[in-house]
Design a protein around this ligand. Structure first.
Ligand SMILES: C[S@@+](CC[C@H](N)C(=O)[O-])C[C@H]1O[C@@H](n2cnc3c(N)ncnc32)[C@H](O)[C@@H]1O
Length: 309
């Protein structure tokens, strides 16, 4: 057996210098920062990967991760470190703000500019519940908008999910290939759809055995892709970005960098939604807070009009 590998059942001890090396590498690769409160979780996941790779020291594991051959293992490790908790219609008051106010403002503004392409990015989409929720809400909003602003010669039957002249797509991305595969399958258990109203279940899901499958027209609105938010090459020209419950795993400097990148990825006066426990307060002057009831979002300010948060 090669040096540094072992079948021994005695768990290797993670030394302080090894921990620091691995923490720094993970931070550099994906922006996730494991402070003292999360060190235990990190150690546990590292132990598991070490066993899986049959290595007997964390230093050998670190060497593997930084080697050319270790690219695949690095991706596996990052996948094992992410928290993928999500649900349909998560944070109802925020989605009400999006559906009833922000979409209305956005559609009016775009329509006036003769720009009928709407693009929304779900950054850190996990297993797909967030982007499919967005697709269903926007499909409804567009149908309702069209009802109030009918156009001549429009009797297409059956009615398309996205009425002409509108075009709409949700780009959904994550750092984990595993969750992206599940998201693309788009079938969910009864428990997973517990937060979906019956009217939405009836219109937008097919019941296949004991599972709920997102209907093809909704699926076709969502495009999945791998994106690491740590990198500079991120999807541009979005009207809205949802990045909820992702930033909370980054430290402050990384959060600031990400917010700057989001500002560049948004169209003028575009909107950014972050999680319930996340905030842009004190981190940027590029956005202003928008709120209704307890729903909050941030709107990008026009250049030269930076906010004084
Ligand atoms: C807790 S889930 C949030 C899912 C959804 N946005 C929601 O709020 O329900 C966080 C997701 O962010 C992803 N993530 C973490 N770090 C990331 C990074 N650097 N780049 C892209 N995605 C990342 C994780 O893989 C995970 O699926």
């Amino acid at each position: 057996m090669a040096t540094g590998t072992s079948t021994s059942l005695i768990p290797a001890q993670l030394t302080e210098p090894e921990l620091k090396l691995l923490q720094a590498l993970i931070y550099q690769e994906c922006g996730m920062f494991f402070d003292e409160r999360r060190t235990h979780f990190l150690q546990d996941r590292l132990q598991r990967r070490l066993r899986e790779c049959r290595l007997d020291s964390f230093y050998s594991y670190y060497r593997l991760l930084i080697s050319k051959e270790g690219k695949h293992e690095l991706a596996r490790l990052l996948e094992n470190l992410t928290v993928n908790e999500t649900s349909f219609f998560r944070n109802k008051s925020q989605l009400d703000l999006f559906h009833k106010h922000i979409l209305e403002e956005l559609l009016n503004r775009k329509n006036a500019a003769q720009d009928h392409f709407l693009r929304i990015w779900s950054a850190g989409c996990s297993t797909g519940q967030e982007p499919y929720t967005i697709a269903m809400l926007v499909a409804d909003a567009l149908a309702y908008y069209q009802l109030r602003h009918p156009r001549a010669a429009e009797a297409v039957s059956p009615k398309p999910m996205v009425p002409a002249p509108w075009k709409f797509e949700v780009l959904a991305s994550d750092i984990s290939y595993q969750v992206l595969r599940i998201a693309q399958e788009a079938t969910y258990s009864e428990t997973q759809v517990a937060t979906v109203d019956y009217s939405y279940r009836l219109r937008y899901f097919d019941k296949v055995g004991d599972r709920y499958s997102v209907k093809a027209p909704v699926k076709s609105l969502v495009h999945f892709d791998f994106h690491n938010l740590k990198t500079e090459y991120l999807p541009q020209r979005n009207d809205v970005i949802f990045c909820r419950n992702v930033m909370m795993y980054f430290d402050e400097p990384e959060q600031k960098r990400l917010i700057e990148k989001f500002a560049r990825c948004l169209n003028p006066r575009g909107y950014l939604f972050v999680g319930h426990a996340e905030s842009l307060l004190g981190l940027t002057d590029k956005f202003v807070l928008v709120h209704r009831n307890s729903g909050t979002a941030y709107q990008k300010v026009e250049e030269g009009h930076e906010a004084t948060n």
